[in-house]
Design a protein around this ligand. Structure first.
Ligand code: GDP
Ligand code: MG
Length: 160
């Protein structure tokens, strides 16, 4: 269903609206940005993230001094987790989400448009690499929760 040219660059990534984004009612606007860019939603759920999922998700940051505060922040409300699919979606989402520190995030990015100075309250998570995305999607979603479907506009967003 996807042309061969696109297939090699076809990816999935984990995007999550963090508790501050949910509390501030930004979920719709964030979803809209990914939809209008032409990416395809293949998984979506809302959850209060269990601590063991958080520690696995952020295992590379375990030794950082801010780790306890990060877990506290990520537990301060529900999260909306999504899997988006499309052409080089991993890198594209990182650009759309913007710099980790909102103070340095460019206008036009989610963090640059919706967040302020506090580094760890940065509205949204996006996987940082293809390997990271695969690891995180497996952590957050079961196979059954991911939906395979052909989007009716695929002939416009796919090259051949
Ligand atoms: P990301 O991939 O851009 O989300 O950034 P990282 O993977 O490096 O860090 C994960 C999350 O930890 C960030 O999104 C922030 O919420 C938080 N974080 C990262 N660096 C810092 C920091 O220096 N201080 C604090 N308090 N939080 C941080
Ligand atoms: Mg990261």
């Amino acid at each position: 269903s996807v042309c061969l040219h696109c297939l090699t660059l076809w990816e999935r990534t984990l995007i999550a609206v963090k508790p501050d984004g949910v509390h501030r009612r930004l979920v719709g606007q964030i979803i809209q940005r990914f939809e209008q860019r032409g990416f395809k939603l293949v998984g979506l759920k809302m959850l209060k993230v269990p601590e063991d999922l958080l520690t696995q998700h952020y295992c590379q940051l375990r030794s950082k001094p801010f780790f306890p505060r990060l877990l506290e922040y990520m537990s301060s409300g529900p999260v909306v987790a999504m899997v988006w699919e499309g052409h080089k979606v991993v890198q594209a989402s990182r650009v759309m989400v913007g710099h980790t520190n909102p103070a340095e995030a460019q206008a036009g990015t989610v963090r640059g448009d919706f967040s302020v100075l506090i580094i760890y309250r940065n509205v949204v998570h996006a996987s940082d690499s293809l390997e990271g995305a695969q690891r995180e999607i497996q952590l957050w979603f079961t196979g059954k929760e991911l939906v395979n479907w052909d989007c009716c506009d695929q002939s416009f967003t796919c090259e051949l």
